[in-house]
Every structure is written in structure tokens, then in C-alpha cells.
Design a protein around this ligand. Structure first.
Ligand SMILES: Cc1cc2nc3c(=O)[nH]c(=O)nc-3n(C[C@H](O)[C@H](O)[C@H](O)COP(=O)(O)O)c2cc1C
Length: 177
């Protein structure tokens, strides 16, 4: 049987961008706003981009990255909302194209089709963001109702410092109508 959470359930999809190590900040902010959280990471992101053990300790649930076996129960309740943060060039293009070759992208394709609210914080360098396929992907995803935060390149500013990644912006986007 599918578990129903008492609190609204938020899927946090984590992609393989360097900034992903900060995802506990997003989870803490979501929990403070009374979301229960389950994390789905891409297979590349599982390769050392964030501390999966710390995330599991904080959410009280395993980090998912691969599909379950058909006989296994669903590990998470269905989502009330989804956040993709950080969202990579690769995952955004695959999602827009409907190439569901990871659990993360498959989940995003399905959630969009079900009308679940989805907020995305891209972390994509300017050189990649200039690719015409990326611009078309963003247009297509926006047309599907996906909500986007401001562009973030992950690159240092003129002073050599890294601008702050506004994790909680994703939660604000979910609150927006
Ligand atoms: C240290 C490191 C940092 C990276 N940061 C980014 C990034 O900020 N944005 C991005 O789109 N790709 C970044 N990449 C490249 C992605 O990891 C790569 O495209 C990968 O295939 C993305 O897989 P995913 O979308 O399934 O997570 C980075 C790679 C490395 C090794």
C-alpha cells in the first residue's frame, strides 16, 4: 500500500552540480515550513556531490536514485510538490525532451503530467545556457507550468567570491499561485 504522509510531502530532486553540497539548507528550510521531505538524486549526484548520509539522517528516509523492484512498496508517498535544486543543464534538457533515463527525470516527467507544482533552481554556466537546446528546453518546461528561479551560473563573481544560491527561493515559488 502507498504510504500517506501526515504533512504535505515534498520531493527534492538533486542533480550533479557543485552547489549540491548545500542541499541540507533547502531541506531544513522546507521542514521549517512544515513539509515532509524525500530526496531523489541523479546517479551522478550520488557520486560525491552531496552527503547522502546527512540527508537521510535529516529526512528520516533513504535517498532514492534508482527505480524500485516491481514487488517493492513505493518508498515515498506521492508528492504534493517537487523542487529541483540544483537543476543541471543535462537534467533540464532531458526532462524537456522526455528522456526518462534516470529516476529523477522519470519522476519529473510524471509529476508534470499529474499537475503537481514544480519549482526549479537551475545552476548552469553561461556557456552552457547559451546552447539553443537549453533555451528551447526552458521555454517548453515553462509552457508545462514549471516555475523557475533566477539563473545561477555557479561561477565566481568579479571579486572572486561565490554568490549565494537562494535555496529557499524554490519554496517561495511553490507558494506562488
Ligand atoms: C565538480 C563538478 C561540478 C559541476 N557543476 C555543474 C553545474 O553547476 N551545472 C551543470 O549543469 N553541470 C555541472 N557539472 C556537470 C554535470 O555533473 C554533468 O553534466 C552530469 O552529467 C549531470 O548529470 P545529472 O543531470 O544526471 O545530475 C559539474 C560536474 C562536476 C564534475
Amino acid at each position: 500500500m502507498t504510504e500517506r504522509a501526515e504533512k504535505p510531502f515534498l520531493y527534492v530532486v538533486v542533480c550533479a552540480a557543485g552547489i549540491a553540497s548545500g542541499v541540507p539548507e533547502l531541506i531544513r528550510a522546507a521542514q521549517a515550513r512544515d513539509w515532509a521531505v524525500g530526496v531523489i538524486a541523479t546517479p551522478v549526484a550520488m557520486g560525491g556531490f552531496f552527503d547522502a548520509g546527512a540527508v537521510e539522517a535529516r529526512t528520516g528516509r533513504p535517498v532514492r536514485s534508482a527505480w524500485r523492484s516491481p514487488a517493492d512498496p513505493r518508498p515515498f508517498p506521492p508528492p504534493d510538490a517537487v523542487v529541483v535544486a540544483p537543476a543541471t543543464f543535462n537534467t533540464l534538457n532531458k526532462w524537456a525532451a522526455g528522456l526518462a533515463d534516470t529516476l529523477a527525470v522519470g519522476t519529473l516527467c510524471e509529476a508534470a503530467g499529474l499537475g503537481v507544482p514544480i519549482a526549479v533552481l537551475p545552476c548552469v554556466a553561461d556557456a552552457l545556457a547559451a546552447h539553443p537546446a537549453y533555451r528551447e528546453s526552458l521555454t517548453r518546461l515553462r509552457g508545462m507550468g514549471v516555475r523557475f528561479g533566477e539563473p545561477f551560473t555557479g561561477e565566481p563573481g568579479p571579486d572572486g567570491g561565490h554568490p549565494r544560491f537562494a535555496w529557499e527561493r524554490a519554496l517561495d515559488l511553490l507558494d506562488a499561485p
